[in-house]
Design a binder for this molecule. Sequence first.
Ligand code: URA
Length: 210
Amino acid sequence: MSALVHVLDHPLIQHKLTLLRQKETSTNGFRQLVNEVSMLMAYEITRDMPMQTITIETPLQTMQSRVIDGKKIVLASILRAGNGLLDGMLQVVPSARVGHIGLYRDPNTLQAVEYYFKMPQGMHERDVIVLDPMLATGNSAVAAVTRLKQTQPKSIRFGCLVACPEGIAQFHRHHPDVPIFTPVIDEGLNDHGYIVPGLGDAGDRIFGTR
Ligand code: URA
């Protein structure tokens, strides 16, 4: 597997993912678990974020200490399921900015069409974490990152809850420079484009729309 795919195999993440997959898990439970997993994922995804050294005063003396510039981080949610990953990540990086990318699939061309795109100003100095729970066909992730690159951010990372080989291949065919962070790589896609074994429709399970 490419060095650009980071499998987040921390036991806490894996445990919560198992609970997420179970079909009996309620909407409330699912949402809570997504919050917890995304918070834990944020630790891993931000692991190599650039830091700066500032001068601070402890009660005893002056020292140089390192900080991450949270304001430079943009959490870019692919609507709508990506929104489910925002709260947990914002608990860890509360000063992050939030962007939204809305795409739908044209039923005739099957291409992703943008209906909404809003990012903060000054993207050239920001590190972006694109969020979508399921990296399935990879088509919307590819389209989202293609659009995002037009804003020329300093860096882009992609985070999801479940990936599959087809989605990873498609994503890296178009964006070999963008690392993927995922707790798991499942078997593959079924005929309806769902990841198996997967966890079902992430948006429906987060928002209780089924
Ligand atoms: N989107 C989902 O929500 N689930 C899948 O398995 C695939 C795409």
